[in-house]
Design a protein around this ligand. Structure first.
Ligand code: ADP
Length: 451
């Protein structure tokens, strides 16, 4: 629809302009409704010429959202109706129920594609038995076709749901076990975000409002983004991540619209976590020098959206900042970002854990001593440690390749490993943020906590 009737002020083509005018004239000419009803369809209603959306023209609007779990179940039932699913009733139910659960963000077309893909896989299995010379395929071969749970599983891996194709929505793959230390923060997020998203009925029963927004604050590189992603993954929620400066620069002049759009998408893809990184840049304390009309309008839009989340408890906002002291306090009022979690730089024990996590899949020499590494990396954040592990592996690779040793799998397996000396070398290269800077962040956080 927007192709024939885009906003007139946004198009230059004379033809489009005339088409819109003609469409309006014709619709106005439909004096009584009689036997003619016009149904228009679009996936971008806001790109339509507003004149079309007035009484007497397109005066009813029905938003067709992304299907929820029950709708997905029904859609799956429809598309598997004629399919040879397993005979076993229980197994059939398991397929439908499980995939209705797991396909958040899938629209009808995606679910149809999932069923078709699964069927194709089943078909491929019997393909070798078919003799293509024959006129028809014998019934006993056809009877063998069975679309199994496994087929759906494999098809599921291949299909990317439409709602996620837009840059914004994703399902992160970070697990709790990928994060070193921070056990308090993990537990708090589990209680504040994961439980309400996974078990809304418990909170309803208790008449308890789960928080709508959580603010993670602490020095850069301490795992704030990682935590937000992990809680989304573990809650089986979608994830929309936006950086504050992006909202201001990418959508110049349209920043409020961007905020509105982010929340609209979040509601569509719910359960969903909206992660606002570097939130201080869009919501600085008023009068902090940053102040401009743009940020003020963005903040008020953000507040409006958060206040409006009431009835949609399955959208949770997680914001992150290194400078909580710079934030507009209006954001921190009850019902907004009212839970604060300090994400400190890792202590010795946490650093050891982070080293283990980031070398989990790397071949290590016997001499690698995690305790020593953790001792030697005071003031290093998680991000620094990740960089050290990478650099150490790079150094080992460089040494190996320049030595001219063979690179077949067998030899590599025996010979190429990351040694302690590589870590020590890497540590010299990767410098942590300066002690003063870290101190500045930690102080800002402490001061903020006491407020
Ligand atoms: P922040 O959002 O706090 O600035 P990130 O979560 O983006 O930091 O961390 C950047 C990278 O540093 C991560 O992708 C991860 O590789 C590593 N990292 C940071 N903190 C941790 C941690 N606690 N455990 C494991 N890895 C970490």
């Amino acid at each position: 629809m927007r192709l024939i009737a885009p906003k007139r002020e946004e198009v230059t083509g004379e033809v489009e302009r005339r088409v819109v005018a003609q469409l309006l004239a014709l619709m106005d000419g439909l004096e009584s409704r009689g036997q003619v009803v016009v149904i228009g369809a679009t996936n971008r209603p806001n790109a339509l010429d507003p004149a079309l959306r007035r009484p007497g023209r397109f005066d009813r609007e029905i938003e067709i959202g992304v299907p929820d779990r029950n709708a997905r179940k029904e859609i799956l039932q429809i598309h598997t109706r004629g399919m040879p699913l397993p005979q076993d009733e229980e197994e059939r139910t398991r397929i439908i129920e499980d995939f209705a659960d797991r396909t958040h963000g899938f629209v009808g077309a995606d679910l149809e594609a999932l069923c078709k893909e699964a069927a194709m896989r089943a078909l491929r299995r019997i393909l070798p038995e078919i003799d293509f010379e024959m006129e028809s395929i014998p019934a006993e071969i056809l009877d063998k076709i069975e679309v199994t749970y496994r087929d759906f599983e494999e098809a599921f891996m291949d299909i990317e749901p439409s709602a996620m194709r837009e840059v914004l929505v994703e399902v992160p793959d970070v697990r709790w076990s990928d994060i070193g230390g921070l056990s308090e923060a993990k537990q708090a997020l589990q209680e504040m975000v994961e439980w309400p998203l996974k078990h809304p009925e418990v909170f309803e029963h208790m008449q308890t409002q789960p928080p709508k927004g959580v603010l993670l604050f602490g020095p850069p590189g301490t795992g704030k983004t990682l935590l937000a992603k992990a809680v989304a993954n573990e809650s089986e929620a979608n994830f929309i991540s936006v950086k504050g400066p992006e909202i201001l620069s990418k959508w110049v002049g349209e920043s409020e619209k961007a905020v509105r759009e982010i929340f609209r998408k979040a509601k569509q893809a719910s359960p969903c976590i909206v992660f606002l990184d570097e939130i201080d840049s869009i919501a600085p304390r008023r009068g902090s020098g940053f102040d401009s009309h743009v940020t003020e309008r963005v903040v008020s839009q953000l507040l409006t959206e958060m206040d409006g989340l009431e009835e949609l408890r399955n959208v949770v906002v997680i914001a992150a900042t290194n400078r909580p002291d710079m934030l507009d306090p209006a954001l921190l009022r009850p019902g907004r970002l009212d839970r604060l979690l300090y994400i400190p730089p890792p202590d010795r024990e946490a650093r050891e854990e982070i080293f283990r996590i980031h070398t989990r899949r790397k071949p290590l020499a016997e001499d690698v001593d995690f305790k020593k590494l953790a001792e030697a990396t005071e003031n290093y954040t998680g991000a620094d440690i990740a960089a050290i592990c990478n650099e150490a592996a790079m150094l080992a690779i460089r040494e190996y390749i320049t030595s001219g040793k063979p690179v077949d799998r067998e030899t590599l397996k025996k010979e190429l490993k990351v040694h302690m000396k590589h870590f020590e070398e890497a540590m010299k290269k990767v410098k942590p943020i300066s002690a003063e800077e870290l101190e500045m962040y930690v102080k800002a956080a402490e001061k903020f906590r006491r407020q």
